[in-house]
Design a protein around this ligand. Structure first.
Ligand code: MRU
Length: 337
């Protein structure tokens, strides 16, 4: 069921009883539509179909989907089947697996398991909010008055509760009254930067412009970018970072041009079982996302297209990783376990 709603203070995801409410991110920036998800299948399918996206929001939704499964089923066999279904929705965001495992482990032996499952999922959401605010405060200390900031994809309030991850320092610096400007990479092929980051920054009144994905080097060479903030979908023990396709090339350009490059992500995004970036699973999506805009073909119909949704930035290109526990050298990230 869908309804239109105008909201000033907004969140990407929340729950009322056993129903999960989300902003349908596929409709932004043109329409603000709220979707109700009433079963674990509906919630898992919303993750798969990217009605919601961004590692943090995916994690919270997955936690709620697991809780809905506890409300729907009672046998371990049924719950494990539901867990696998939720986990098959998107492969890269570590927060998804963090949330399903945590809700499952904490609820399965509880006396009132579905109540415990929803409480645990709520807790994940509230921890994300808290961690986002801490990361925002830490990151904002790196932002000087007059800074021009580059970000890639959408790592804002739509992607993780609170103030987002990469956008958290931006929100805080703006609230502190610093004069800042944000370059938002458009982020082909799904345009999370042009559609979602730009929408968020506009809502917050933060000066910004959308740039083509291949324009960042041009601006760096002109000394028009002072710092880069990106989010992460999965961080390996080595400090290598999986994030939206195109992040790697921004990091290499930043190093070449002497621009500090920071990754902002909560500890729930670190996968301590991943030794290095090569272990991070990369989602490959439909060639249609490259070849079409909506239903309109924009490429030679007979050609194939390759569409990896994420890439891995080696630790050596990353100046620092900001978590709720501090600002770390990438090679030290394994010490957080
Ligand atoms: O495919 P998406 O839109 O889910 O990808 C999102 C990103 O790559 C974000 O940068 C990442 O999730 C970090 S934001 C918490």
């Amino acid at each position: 069921m869908k309804k239109n709603k105008q909201i000033q203070e907004w969140a990407a995801i929340w729950r009322e009883g056993r129903t999960i409410f989300i902003i349908d991110q596929t409709k932004l920036p043109f329409n603000l539509e709220i979707v109700e998800l009433r079963s674990y299948i509906e919630t898992a399918n919303a993750i798969r179909d990217m009605l919601l996206r961004g590692a943090g929001t995916i994690g919270v939704a997955a936690g709620y989907a697991m809780a809905q499964a506890f409300a729907e089923y009672s046998t371990i066999k049924e719950l494990e089947k539901a867990k696998l279904y939720i986990e098959s929705s998107r492969p890269t965001a570590q927060n998804l697996f963090y949330a399903t495992n945590r809700v499952y482990e904490e609820a399965r032996n509880a006396e009132n398991s579905d109540k415990k499952a929803f409480e645990t999922a709520d807790q994940i959401l509230h921890e994300d909010e808290k961690h986002s605010r801490i990361m925002g405060e830490l990151g904002a200390e790196l932002v000087k008055d007059g800074f021009r900031i580059l970000t890639h994809c959408n790592a804002g309030k739509l992607a993780i509760q609170g103030w987002g991850s990469a956008l958290a320092p931006v929100y805080v610096a703006h609230k502190q009254g610093k004069n800042i400007f944000v370059y938002a990479d458009e982020t082909r092929p799904r345009l999370q930067g042009a559609q979602l980051t730009a929408w968020e920054l506009h809502q917050a009144g933060i000066p910004h412009a959308i740039i083509a994905d291949n324009a960042a080097g041009y601006y760096m060479l002109q000394k028009k970018i002072d710092i880069v903030f990106v989010g992460a979908d999965r961080i390996a023990r080595s400090g290598d970072v999986g994030n939206k396709i195109g992040t790697y090339e921004k990091a290499v350009l930043a190093k070449e041009n002497g621009v500090p490059f920071y990754v902002v992500a909560p500890c729930s995004t670190i996968d301590f079982s991943c030794t290095c970036g090569a272990d991070i699973p990369i989602e490959v999506r439909s060639p249609d996302e490259i070849k079409k805009t909506g239903n309109m073909l924009i490429a030679n119909p007979e050609s194939d297209a390759f569409n990896p949704a994420f890439d891995v930035t080696p630790a050596r290109y990353i100046t620092g990783i900001i978590t709720e526990k501090g600002i770390h050298k990438p090679e030290d990230i394994h010490t957080l376990q």
